[in-house]
Structure formats: C-alpha cells, structure tokens
Design a binder for this molecule. Structure first.
Ligand code: SIN
Length: 507
C-alpha cells in the first residue's frame, strides 16, 4: 500500500512551499506532479515578480482592495500582507537562496499596474523560473521530500466528509495513495481557453476533484484575462501557438498601449491610464481591437532590450518588429477556486488547497499583479505547517482499478476543442446572460458524454477532460448566477431577462 503522512498534488511554488513547511516539522511528504519538467508548472511561467510590503503595509492592503473592486476578503488580505516579507525572506531568500535583482541601494523593486509604489521583487522578467528552479534544487538536495513526476491524481479518496488521499495514475498504472492530509496545489485553468498564459496541463484537476468530492468552491466566475499577450500566428493560422505574456512590468517601466490608429487610448478609460487595474485594461484592449483591428504595446518609451532581455529575445524569435508588439487579452488566472481558510483548510476534513486552485479571498473579483506567487508561497507554507500529524488511514478505493484505458481516436482532442470554443466565445472577458445560458447547455451535454466514457474507461486524458468540463460548468454557472458586473466578471446585458433558469444541476 502506498502511503504518506502528507500528499501534495502539484509542484509549483504553492505545493513546494507546503512540502518544505511540512518537512521542517519532520513529516513524511510526497509530492506528485503531472509534469516531467519544471516548465510544466505555472510558477515557471510567471514573469513580473512577487510583491512585498515596503514602508507602508496598509498601502499594499489598500491596493489589493482597490484592484479587487472592494471585494477582497479583508482578513485574508491581512494574512497575506502581514506574512509576506517574513515568508519571502525565510523561504525564498534564506532557505532556497533566490537572488532577486538588486540595484546600488538594495532590492530593485519593480512597479506594476495598480500598485501605488514600486514593491515587486523580480529577476529580469522571468521571476517564476528563477524561483522555481532553486526551490526544486533545495527540495532535492536538502530535504527528505519525495517528488514523483509524470503522475496525475484522478480522484480523491473520500469517505463521509474526510479525504484519505487520492487515486494516482503513472504510465497507465492506477494505484491509491493514502495520506494523513492531502494538499491540492494543481494550479489554474488555462487549458479551458484557446489563449492562455498557463502551461497546457492547467486543466483545473484539483478544483474538479475537490468539487466532485463535495468541497465548497466559490468565486468561479472571476477568470482574469491578462491584457498584454502576444498571440502570434495561432490567431491567423489556427495552428501554431507561439503566444507569450508581456509582463505588466513593461508598462510599469513606461510602455503604452496604442490602437491601430496610433492613438494612446488608455487615458480615456481610467485615470491611471496604462497602469489601471488589469480587468479594465483587458476590456479596453478588447474593445480597441474590435474597433480598430489591432492593439500594440509601444515599448519606445523605455530601453526594452536592455531592461527586458528575455522578452526582447522572444519578440525577435517571433519576428515582431519593435517597438510595436501586437497584443491581445488571454486567460491568465482564476481568482476563485476551492474555498479555504487562512491555513488552506477546505470544507472537507484533511483536504487543503493552496495556490491558484484555492480561493483564499485575497483576490476577490480581480487579482492585483504579482500577488499570485506570494499567495502560493504564504498559503502553501501555512497549510504545510497545519497539515502535519495525521496518520494515513486505509479506505476501500473506488472502482477505477481495472478499466479499459483505451479511448476512441481523437475523442479528448475533439471534446477539448469544443469546450474551448464555448469558453472563448461565451464565457470570456465579456459575457451576456443569453450566451451563458447557451454555454451551460452545451457544457452539460459535453460533460454527459465524458461521464459515459468515465464509467467504463480510465485514462489520464479522459480525466483531464472531465476536470476541464466540471470546471467550465462551475465557471459558467457562477457567471450566470452573478447578475452584477464586478472585477473580472463583466456582463454586457445586465438589464436583459435571462432566457432560461440560471441555476443548473450540479456538474
Ligand atoms: C505580469 O508579469 O504581468 C503578470 C504578473 C501577475 O500576473 O501577477
């Protein structure tokens, strides 16, 4: 029987922070990850950085509240800000040895949209990668944590409101892993949209598994779109995806958005112009693209190649002629997720969630830039500390042990394609009641087809598809039920009568 005191599912910053915290308390920790390389975790892809408190923590809190349109949970924001500096110093700087960029006088704090002051620790604009690698090295060289790669969690082992571990799949073999505590750190949901800043494996597995096990999941309508993503050839050819994020830090250093008429449009949309909250900039970019055909990020006000060498190189590789980089909004971050308390505890006993799959309340309806790595680090650490001390118990595993792993050719690819089309066109950056109702019907049918296969087959791609379908339904249903435009949830038709009942069956 496979067992571990702590099972962490996911190996980005949140999962590793939880693992390190539990290891410090001498717990036996196993981390599983679908990935076979670090670049498959969202953490690796993070550019801008990690926000910390400077002289005025209250200003940091205010910035988070304002970016969230006043909807962030004040207690959660307090927890984040009051633990930010100590946790960054302890885990990232002192333990793991991350070397943030400095200038003559100390850390080189970066500026990003909706921050009242420069407070972002960063390394070039590739901060995620430079945090993730030393964390993985530290875990391998200095701890007893076991990391098992290429391993997916398919289902939680659950009985009467308590979680006992998960069913795992590795190279087609399915085994239960029993755990005293299970910590979900599975990241986001980028795979539900055609354009996303996430890695391909971001299929929402943790959220779906938790929801299907009966955990509370909230704020799912708040899907954040990043305003400045180079979307490349895929948009024109429908094939090659060479899209990449252009960090908000570039606007922080002075870059501006222009429409196809060369006009600098953001001052018309918000007093803070190009540094307005992200949801406002993303909608403005969409509007101006539709009105004029194109939006570019004009990097001529700064020394782009010198200040952002890695991004300048990507632009060069993609054939972009600087200083005008074509941009569009793309899915970036889910503000909602598995409802957790200040220690990452979900509504199910012995189940924790941290990082993007969790809803701590810090982001409310819209996340402030460079708070996601911080949230993952802080909540991961708190959850890892809290989760120790439970012995793994054995329960009867569900019946998915001996099933036929084969699927019809292209089944998952085709269904994913359909799901993304629905999410792109009806559950995107602007929504209407009618489109949301239509999306729910299509997604329910799709999930029904997937469920029919799940009854007789077990394969990773099928389970990922199920996760995506469950999460797509949760997002769409939450969006249909919320009649108020706020933060990332923007309704175009708030006065229209809904065409059909907004409340659907549980996915
Ligand atoms: C960015 O670098 O623009 C992204 C930062 C974030 O999403 O927090």
């Amino acid at each position: 029987m496979h067992k571990s005191e702590i099972l962490v599912i996911g190996a980005g910053i949140a999962g590793l922070s939880a693992a390190i915290a539990a290891d410090r308390k001498s717990a036996e920790v196993t981390v599983i990850t679908k990935a076979s390389r670090p670049a498959s975790a969202s953490t690796w892809w993070a550019q801008g950085g990690i926000a910390v408190s400077r002289d005025d923590p209250d200003q940091f809190k205010r910035d988070i509240m304002i970016a969230s349109d006043g909807t962030a949970d004040r207690d959660a924001v307090d927890t984040l800000v009051s633990n930010a500096n100590d946790t960054v110093d302890d885990i990232l700087v002192d333990t793991v040895g991350v070397e943030f960029d400095t200038n003559g006088g100390g850390f080189d704090y970066g500026q990003e949209a909706a921050h009242e002051e420069p407070r972002i620790l960063h390394i070039d604009a590739a901060t995620g990668k430079h945090i993730h690698l030393p964390m993985l090295d530290y875990v391998a060289d200095h701890t007893d944590i076991e990391i098992i790669e290429r391993t997916a969690a398919l289902e939680l082992l659950r009985h009467e409101g308590q979680v006992y571990g998960a069913m795992l799949e590795r190279d087609g073999e399915i085994t239960p892993m029993y755990a005293g505590s299970t910590i979900l750190a599975t990241g986001g949901i980028g795979a539900l949209y055609s354009y996303s800043t996430n890695p391909d494996g971001a299929t929402g597995d943790g959220i779906a598994m938790a929801a299907l096990a009966g955990a509370d999941v909230t704020d799912m309508e708040y899907v954040q779109f990043h305003p400045t993503v180079y979307v490349g050839d895929k948009e024109e050819s429908g094939t090659e995806d060479d899209s990449f994020l252009l960090s908000e830090a570039i606007r922080g250093e002075g870059a501006v958005l222009r429409n196809n008429d060369g006009e600098r449009f953001m001052p018309q949309y918000h007093d803070n112009a190009d540094l307005a909250p992200r949801d406002i900039v993303a909608r403005a970019v969409k509007t101006e693209r539709e009105a004029t055909g194109k939006v570019v990020l004009d990097v001529s006000p700064l020394e782009f190649e010198a200040e952002f060498p890695a991004l300048a190189e990507r632009c060069n590789d993609a054939g972009v002629s600087l200083p005008h980089i074509p941009v569009a909004p793309a899915e970036h971050f889910l503000c909602g997720g598995i409802d957790v308390d200040s220690h990452g505890r979900s509504s199910l006993h012995r189940l924790y969630a941290v990082g993007e799959c969790a809803r701590t309340g810090v982001h409310g309806a819209n996340r402030l830039a460079s708070t996601s790595l911080l949230e993952g680090l802080v909540w991961g650490f708190r959850a890892g500390q809290d989760a120790t001390g439970n012995e793994p118990d054995h329960i009867e595993p569900p019946e998915l042990l001996d099933r036929d792993p084969e699927l019809p050719d292209n089944f998952a690819t085709e269904k994913f394609h359909r799901l993304r089309r629905v999410m792109d066109t009806r559950v995107g950056i602007q929504r209407t009641t009618k489109e949301l109702a239509g999306a729910q019907s299509v997604l329910r049918r799709l999930k029904g087809e997937v469920d029919a296969y799940i009854r007789t087959r077990t394969s990773r791609s099928l389970y990922e598809l199920r996760s995506a379908a469950v999460v797509a339904l949760l997002i769409t249903r939450a969006a249909a039920e919320n009649k108020q435009s706020v933060g990332c949830h923007y309704l175009n038709d708030i006065d229209d009568e809904p065409e059909m009942s907004a409340s659907g069956n549980a996915p």
